[in-house]
Design a protein around this ligand. Structure first.
Ligand code: UD1
Ligand code: CA
Length: 457
């Protein structure tokens, strides 16, 4: 079968975004816009050529090393953009994809490529029949056959009534595309070299021009401004949620749930309302993610419960652990199997071993906590001396009394006990009891004596 080169057009200025950032780098559900056509291109094409504008090194970097990029120095139109790709393209089929239509599914493009091949057309254009065609190029047909594409600003009143629009996705026979592109003139309202003109040129020359109509016209939604970006994100997000629900995840309120495309979740996990899960995160099966939790770039194993309002960032949680309500896992925290992190507890760059508990009101930073440890309410690791961070180590089955300050660097040995209210500044050997607080003083009858003194004055 003949080879396919995908040409992705991403050199448009994206003026309507009013952004310093290139349009195709704006994120949509966790991935830059350009990632969407790239995914389709990787699935269907043998090689990928990306057309970018000047100063688009970031776009080239994001695209990856398997992509050949060419720079369109002057933005003279979509036809001019495709021409820049010519030297990098192979023979066979040229599949043109716009960089700013992320909802187009790979299945739809595959249907386009298949139809193009089977019909041996000179060009096949992907079209959509939409309720609101304003702003798009219209498909002008005669006797059912595609004759040309007319841009909105060049269209007559009658042409503007056509509901079938150009999605800007095309397949071309390379041998027919390049000569036709050479004949495109900038004789239109914008003075640009329009790729759309190639369709008319080929049809007039008697070439076979085919059209494939999208089954879901919503796929043709483009991103030209931030309102459209938000509208497209709503659709994309719902697709992600649908995919998760189809794979066995319960989502109690899809309308208030934000889960990025980069997230995987196992079956029988329940997601409560107002949850945000983003970045490359994995969540195992049979978990419960409570109301208002925010998980980013983290790994959560099976049967984990996040009670409401937990924030988990760049951390890992092992099976059957319980967290929250209201806890904060800062980057590089690791909660062991069946461990518990309770109310108002902050963990940073710390490991909590199997079955260990930090149930209430604690800060644990730069700490390694063994297995079966109980960290009493209000315990704080004093990890920062104003200059540098220091580590705390707590051995297996140690018991840290409530309201303890562990002044790092410090080690509490296996099975050791710390008395409540202690400030621990020295290492505690395994099995020892350490009490680091002022001994209690009791003065019998003191209150009465004080009262009497006051009377005498
Ligand atoms: C284009 C089509 C229109 C179609 C619509 C679908 C043309 C002339 N018109 O219009 O028929 O209905 O898309 O969304 O193609 N680009 C470059 N270099 C340029 C100009 C554009 O790379 O010099 C790229 C853009 O980044 C974009 C694509 O080409 O990916 C289309 O350009 P855009 O300016 O968005 O065209 P539209 O007005 O949307
Ligand atoms: Ca566009």
């Amino acid at each position: 079968m003949s080879q396919v080169t995908a040409v992705i057009l991403a050199a448009g200025e994206g003026k309507r975004m009013r952004s310093r950032q290139p349009k195709v780098l704006h994120p949509l559900c966790g991935r830059p816009l350009i990632a969407y056509p790239l995914r389709t291109a990787r699935a269907l094409a043998d090689r990928i050529v990306l057309v970018v504008g000047p100063n688009a090194d970031d776009v080239v970097t994001v695209a990856g090393s398997d992509v050949r990029s060419v720079v369109q120095r002057e933005r003279l139109g979509s036809g001019h953009a495709v021409q820049q790709a010519r030297l990098e393209c192979g023979d066979g089929t040229i599949l043109v994809l716009p960089g700013d239509m992320p909802l187009l599914s790979t299945e739809t493009i595959e249907r386009l490529v298949d139809h193009h091949r089977k019909s041996r057309a000179a060009a096949t254009v992907l079209t959509a029949v939409v309720a609101e065609p304003h702003g798009y190029g219209r498909i002008a047909r005669k006797g059912g056959r595609v004759k040309r594409i007319v841009e909105e600003r060049d269209a007559t009143a009658a042409e503007k009534k056509i509901a079938e629009i150009n999605t800007s996705v095309y397949c071309f026979a390379a041998s027919r595309l390049w000569p036709a592109l050479d004949r495109v003139r900038p004789d239109n309202d914008q003075g640009e070299y329009y790729l759309t003109d190639v369709i008319g040129i080929l049809a007039r020359a008697g070439g076979r021009v085919e059209a494939v109509v999208t089954r879901d016209p919503g796929e043709a939604a483009g991103v030209n401004d931030r309102k459209q970006l938000a509208a497209v994100a709503t659709v994309q997000r719902r697709r992600t949620l649908d995919r998760l629900m189809e794979s066995g995840v319960t989502i109690l309120d899809p309308a208030s749930t934000y889960i990025e495309d980069t997230v995987t979740i196992g079956p029988d996990t329940t997601i409560y309302p107002q949850v945000v899960i983003e970045g490359p995160s994995t969540i195992g099966g049979e978990c419960v993610i409570g109301v208002g939790c925010h998980v980013s770039s983290s790994r959560i194993a099976e049967r984990v419960t996040l009670l409401p309002y937990c924030v988990v960032r760049e951390s890992a949680i092992e099976e059957a652990a319980t967290l929250g309500p209201f806890c904060h896992l800062r980057p590089l925290s690791h909660v062991g199997p069946r461990a518990k992190v309770g109310n108002f507890v902050e963990l940073k760059k710390s490991t909590l071993g199997r079955g260990s508990k930090v149930p209430h009101l604690s800060y644990v930073g730069d700490a390694t906590v063994g297995e079966g440890v109980n960290v009493g309410a209000g315990t704080i690791t004093c990890n920062y001396d104003g200059v540098a961070k220091h580590e705390t180590k707590i051995g297996d089955r140690a018991f840290i009394g409530t309201n303890t300050s562990l002044v790092a660097p410090v080690t509490v040995g296996e099975g050791a006990y710390i008395g409540a209210g202690s400030t621990i500044t020295k290492d505690v050997p395994p099995g020892a009891l350490a009490v680091g607080r002022a001994p209690q003083v009791v003065k019998d009858g003191w209150a009465a004596r004080k009262a009497k003194k006051r009377e005498e004055h």
